[in-house]
Design a protein around this ligand. Structure first.
Ligand code: ADP
Length: 471
C-alpha cells in the first residue's frame, strides 16, 4: 500500500520539493529586491538632506563663529532626516553635532567618508554598530563655496526599521511556504490516494485471478485512464473465463470421445483372451479392433489439426491457386467416390489462377473435409458436385450433394467441435465430429466464412467464401 516506493509517496515528495525550491527562489529574490529598494531609498533621503544642509551651512563653515548655532542647525536637520548630523570644517574637526550631550564637538572626525567628502567626493557606507547593535548607514557630502571645500556634512542613521520590515516579510514568506506545503501535501496525499486506491483494487483483483477466481468484475466508477484500465481488465477477465470454460469443455469432450473406442477395444481384447474362438471369429474380432483403432487414429489426427490451426498466425503463408488445389484433391478422391457408386462432378471451375493468400495445406483440409462429408452422408447412386465462382473480390467454393441432408435444428451447431447431427451414421463412417469445426476455423483464419443450406432428404450445400488476391 504505502511505503517509500509508492506512487502516492513519490508524487507528494516531488510536489513538496518543487514548491520548496520555488518558494526559496521567490523568497530570496524578493528579499534582495526589497532590501535594495529600501536601502537606496533611504540613502537617497540621507544624501538629499546632506546636500540641503551643505547648502545651508556653507556660509557658516567658511567663517565659524558660533558652534552652538551650528549644532542647533544640525539638530534641525537631524529631526528632518531622522539621523545624527555632524558638520566638520576643512580640517575635519566637528563644528556642529546634533547630539549635544556627549557629542563630538571639537573632535577631529577621522573617517574615510569625511576624508572623501573633504576631497569633494560624496561617500556612503554601511557598518554594524556594536553600540546600538544594528546596521548604520553613513553618508558624507562635501560643503563647498565657489567650488572650494569649506567642510563636510556627515549623517548617520540606523537601519533597524528597514531590517525589521524585511524580517517581517521573511517570516510572512516562510509561513506562506509552510501553509502552501501543508495544503499541497494534504491534497496530494488525498488525490494520489484516490488514484492509487483504484490501482490497488486492480492489483488485488489480478492477484485473485492468479489464484483461479476468474468470475471477478471490478466496479468501474470513473471515465479516466484508470477507469478505462479497469474496464479493459473486466473484458480480459470475461474473455479468460470463457477461454478456460471452453478449454474445460474441450477436454471433457476429448475424454468422452476417446473413452468410447477405448472401451470397445478393451472389451474386444478381453473377449479374445477369455473365450476360445475359431479362426473366423478371431478374424471378425481383429477387424473390429482395427476399426476402433482407425477411429482413434482419425480422432488424434483431427485433434492435431485443430491445434495446428490455432497456430495459423505463426504458420508460413503463401499465395496459391485455388483451382489447381481443388483439381488435385478431386483427382485424388475420385476413386473413393467410384467405389461407393457415387459421381463426383467438378464443374463451373474458372481457368487458373484464382489466387488465395494463406496456407495451402490447411485449405486442402477444408475442401477434403467437405468432399469427405458429402461422400459419407450420400447414398450410392447419388452425386456430389464441386464448383468455384468469383464474386467481387471473393472466391466461392460450393460443395453440394444429394445426400441425407441436415435437420434444421442441427444446422446452427454443425460447425461446433464434436457436434454430430446423425450420431450413428457419423460413428459408423469413422467421423469424429471435428471435420466442419476444423473447416470453419481454417476459413475464419483466412478472413473468409462458411455457410450451409440443407434440408432433410433434400441434400446439402456448403459454401466457402475466401478473399482472393487476383487471378
Ligand atoms: P463428422 O466427423 O461427424 O462428419 P463433421 O464436423 O464433419 O463431423 O460434421 C458434423 C455433422 O454435420 C456430421 O456429424 C453430420 O451429421 C452433419 N453433416 C456434415 N456434412 C454433411 C453432409 N454433407 N450431409 C449431411 N450431413 C452432414
Amino acid at each position: 500500500m504505502g511505503g517509500f516506493r509508492s506512487i502516492r509517496f513519490r508524487l507528494t515528495v516531488t510536489f513538496l520539493a518543487v514548491i520548496l525550491v520555488v518558494m526559496i527562489i521567490i523568497s530570496f529574490s524578493l528579499y534582495n529586491l526589497l532590501q535594495r529598494y529600501h536601502l537606496s531609498h533611504f540613502q537617497e533621503n540621507l544624501t538629499r538632506t546632506g546636500y540641503l544642509a551643505a547648502e545651508f551651512v556653507a556660509g557658516y563653515l567658511r567663517d565659524i563663529q558660533d558652534p552652538a548655532r551650528l549644532s542647533g542647525l544640525a539638530e534641525n536637520f537631524s529631526r528632518q532626516a531622522r539621523a545624527r548630523v555632524l558638520f566638520v570644517d576643512v580640517d575635519g574637526v566637528v563644528v556642529g553635532d546634533s547630539v549635544r550631550i556627549g557629542g563630538l564637538l571639537g573632535e577631529k572626525l577621522d573617517r574615510e567618508e569625511v576624508i572623501a567628502a573633504l576631497a569633494g567626493q560624496e561617500q556612503v557606507s554601511i557598518q554594524y554598530s556594536k553600540q546600538t547593535r544594528q546596521n548604520v548607514m553613513q553618508v558624507a557630502v562635501p560643503v563647498q563655496e565657489s567650488n572650494n571645500p569649506v567642510g563636510a556634512v556627515f549623517l548617520a542613521a540606523g537601519l533597524k526599521e528597514i531590517y525589521q520590515t524585511l524580517t517581517d516579510i521573511q517570516k510572512f514568506l516562510l509561513l506562506t511556504t509552510l501553509v502552501v506545503m501543508i495544503g499541497v501535501g494534504g491534497g496530494c496525499i488525498v488525490l494520489a490516494g484516490r488514484f492509487t486506491g483504484k490501482i490497488e483494487l486492480l492489483t488485488s483483483a489480478a492477484a485473485e485471478m492468479a489464484e483461479g477466481n476468474l468470475n471477478l468484475q471490478i466496479a468501474v466508477t470513473s471515465r479516466d485512464e484508470v477507469g478505462r484500465l479497469a474496464e479493459q481488465f473486466n473484458v480480459m477477465a470475461r474473455r479468460l473465463n470463457l477461454i478456460t470454460r471452453n478449454l474445460k469443455d474441450f477436454a471433457a469432450n476429448v475424454s468422452h470421445e476417446l473413452r468410447t473406442p477405448l472401451t470397445s477395444l478393451s472389451i474386444l481384447v478381453k473377449s479374445m483372451r477369455e473365450y476360445s474362438m475359431d479362426l473366423e471369429q478371431q478374424e471378425d474380432f481383429l477387424r473390429d479392433i482395427d476399426q476402433e483403432l482407425e477411429r482413434l487414429i482419425n480422432l488424434v489426427k483431427d485433434l492435431l489439426e485443430l491445434t495446428r490451426i490455432e497456430h495459423f498466425r505463426d504458420a508460413p503463408k503463401e499465395t496459391f491457386c485455388l483451382v489447381e488445389l481443388t483439381e488435385e484433391i478431386v483427382n485424388q478422391i475420385t476413386p473413393r467416390f467410384q467405389r461407393q457408386d457415387l459421381r463426383l462432378i467438378a464443374r463451373e471451375i474458372p481457368p487458373p489462377p484464382v489466387n488465395i493468400y494463406g496456407s495451402p495445406s490447411q485449405m486442402r483440409l477444408v475442401i477434403h473435409n467437405l468432399l469427405d462429408n458429402a461422400l459419407k452422408y450420400t447414398s450410392p447412386g447419388g452425386w456430389v458436385r464441386i464448383a468455384i465462382a468469383l464474386e467481387g473480390n471473393e472466391a466461392m467454393i460450393k460443395v453440394e450433394d444429394t445426400g441425407s441432408g441436415i435437420p434444421a435444428d442441427d444446422l446452427p451447431h454443425i460447425f461446433e467441435r464434436f457436434y454430430r447431427a446423425d450420431r450413428a451414421r457419423s460413428r459408423s463412417m469413422g467421423g469424429t465430429g471435428l471435420g466442419l469445426a476444423i473447416a470453419a476455423e481454417v476459413v475464419g483464419a483466412h478472413g473468409g466464412r462458411i455457410e450451409v443450406e440443407a434440408g432433410v432428404g433434400k441434400g446439402s450445400a456448403f459454401f466457402v467464401y475466401l478473399p482472393h488476391s487476383g487471378s
